[in-house]
Structures are given as structure tokens and as C-alpha cells.
Design a protein around this ligand. Structure first.
Ligand code: 13P
Ligand code: SF4
Length: 311
């Protein structure tokens, strides 16, 4: 029972006592974003995790992100407020099935989205995030055959944009999959001239209406630079918190799901992290992310390649 405990004050006290850094993804609740040392996209948070001199990384994001922090910073204690914070993309790609897929295509390299398990990273050649995928893909020779997993929408988007055939793993993000084209067009009609910024995890029928397509950090940058008054945001709506802070005079509207509301596009995994669980994680240094050393070293190779190639 945490009643009577000033959770925010306790987090402040414990982060100093533990020499902890709090990393948060843009899809976290506003109160968590506001107290984090760094808020960022998947690539930025990986870089922070690799570079930190803190003793403890409290990762407010999902499991594959905390795993990535542990792969890159094995000597640190990495805690995730809720270990059940998974990802539908990771779930779509069991390592043994991915291994069989690779073995069936021995002349292909595996370019793999960071939203996957450590085992799948260990089976991959190069990891990408949505902010680094385009730069990395352009460095791969045109005649090199590629398997791309687990997000078929990000893979399909890259394949269309760069006119490169890739074998796509059939995974999707349940959050971005839930945007409704009909409701988006209705919203656009209500806000004539408002641009749409979309994450490449969105399906093509949403991407086709977007004025800008990019990672969370790319969408934020687009929001900072666009000249109009209203922006429609087709990604997890908690990112709007950063936009409203940076640009209080503008209007940001989350793209709707089938019910006409953006609330159904809240990531249920990201939402498992709460202030209370963050406090307990800092207090108990649990739940911790642990990775077997052989697996960690194998997975680090494909992540290091990303960090080198992402520039
Ligand atoms: P980025 O923040 O790297 O764009 O990733 C979005 C996402 O879905 C993370 O799960
Ligand atoms: Fe995974 Fe989608 Fe949630 Fe990102 S938003 S963590 S891709 S389920």
C-alpha cells in the first residue's frame, strides 16, 4: 500500500541515492516524461544507455528497449517498472521461426527493426530504428538481398520509398494498425490544410495521406517546423505532450481509431509503467533485466552495426 507515500519526492530521493538515470520514451505518460533525465526515440535512448555513467538505468519504455540498454551497458543495473511491458512486434517474431526463415534464405542479410527480442537481434546482421532505417538501408549495396522483420509496414514503406525488394516478416504494431482511414479523412475534412505526420509503423492506407513520415523524433521535429496552426499526429498520442510543451500556441490532434477517438491508439504495453511502479523499481532495484552473456554478445554485434551506420 503506497498511500501516504509522496511517490514523486521518493523518486527524486532514490534517483540520487542510487545514482540512477531515468530514460523515457515519448510514448510514456506525461508525468513520467516530465521527470525523466532524457526523453527520446529508440535510437536516442539506446545511445544514452550506452553512454551513461550512472549505476542504474531506470528504463521507462518497453522490454526490448530495456534489453537493448542492458546489451549495450551490461555492467549497469537496468530496471523496467513493469516487466510485462512487451511489444506486439516482438511477440510476432519467435526466434525459432525467425531462424528457420533466415535459413530458408541463406543469400539474404537480416535487417531487423529494434522492436524484437534479444534472441532475434542475435540472429540478425544489422538492427535499425525508425529514425536510422533510411540512412542504413542506403548504405547496403543495391544487389544485396534483404530480409526485413518484424514490422511489415516499416519494411513496406522502406521498400516503396527506395524501390528495393525485401522479404518482409508479417508482424505489425497493434497501436499503429488501429488507425482508421475513414475517421482520419473525416478529421482532415474538419481541419482543412492541417498536415498529417505519421510513423512508418502505420499501414499504407494511413501513410498515403501523410505529409510527413518519420520516427517519433522526426515527427517532433516536423511539429516544431511546420507553419500552420493544427497538426494531425498519426502515432501513439502521448508524444503530443512534448509538442504541447514546446509549442503551446498550436493545436495537435491524435489521429483517430475506428471509434473516432485517439484513445484506442494508446500503447497498452507502454501504459503499464506508472509512477508507483517506477518508485518501487528504484527502491527495490527490481524488476531487473538480465541477459545471458553469450546471447548478449551475439546480439550486441547487430546493434553495434546500427550505431556505427546510423551516423
Ligand atoms: P521510435 O521512437 O524509434 O520512432 O519508435 C516508435 C515505437 O513504436 C517504439 O516502440
Ligand atoms: Fe510495440 Fe507498437 Fe507499443 Fe511501439 S507502440 S511498443 S511498436 S506495440
Amino acid at each position: 500500500d503506497l498511500s501516504g507515500i509522496d511517490v514523486r519526492a521518493e523518486i527524486e530521493r532514490l534517483r540520487k541515492e542510487r545514482n540512477a538515470v531515468i530514460l523515457a520514451h515519448y510514448y510514456q505518460k506525461p508525468e513520467i516524461q516530465d521527470l525523466a533525465d532524457y526523453v527520446g526515440d529508440s535510437l536516442e535512448l539506446s545511445r544514452k544507455a550506452a553512454a551513461t555513467d550512472a549505476d542504474v538505468i531506470a528504463f521507462c519504455g518497453v522490454k526490448f528497449m530495456a534489453d537493448t540498454a542492458k546489451i549495450l551497458s551490461p555492467e549497469k543495473i537496468v530496471v523496467l517498472p513493469d516487466l510485462e511491458a512487451g511489444c506486439s512486434l516482438e511477440d510476432s517474431c519467435p526466434p525459432e521461426k525467425f531462424k528457420a526463415f533466415r535459413e530458408a534464405h541463406p543469400d539474404h542479410i537480416a535487417l531487423t527493426y529494434i522492436n524484437c527480442s534479444t534472441e532475434v537481434k542475435a540472429l540478425s546482421d544489422i538492427i535499425v530504428t525508425s529514425s536510422s532505417a533510411e540512412t542504413i538501408l542506403q548504405q547496403i549495396p543495391k544487389d544485396q538481398k534483404i530480409i526485413f522483420g518484424p514490422d511489415r509496414h516499416l519494411g513496406g514503406y522502406l521498400s516503396r520509398k527506395f524501390d528495393r525488394e525485401m522479404l518482409l516478416w508479417p508482424g505489425v504494431c497493434i497501436v499503429h494498425e488501429a488507425f482508421s482511414e475513414t475517421e482520419l479523412l473525416k478529421l482532415k475534412a474538419q481541419h482543412p490544410g492541417a498536415p498529417i505526420a505519421a510513423h512508418p509503423e502505420c499501414p499504407p492506407h494511413i501513410i498515403d495521406h501523410a505529409d510527413y513520415v518519420g520516427s517519433t523524433s522526426g515527427i517532433l521535429k516536423f511539429a516544431q517546423d511546420f507553419e500552420g496552426q493544427t497538426l494531425i499526429v498519426a502515432t501513439e498520442p502521448h508524444i503530443i505532450h512534448q509538442m504541447e510543451k514546446a509549442l503551446p500556441g498550436k493545436t495537435f490532434i491524435g489521429a483517430p481509431g475506428a471509434d473516432g477517438n485517439c484513445a484506442c491508439n494508446i500503447c497498452p504495453y507502454m501504459a503499464l509503467n506508472t509512477m508507483e511502479k517506477l518508485y518501487l523499481a528504484l527502491r527495490d532495484l527490481q524488476p531487473r533485466v538480465e541477459i545471458e552473456e553469450g546471447l548478449r554478445v551475439a546480439a550486441k554485434k547487430s546493434l553495434d552495426r546500427m550505431l556505427e551506420m546510423a551516423s
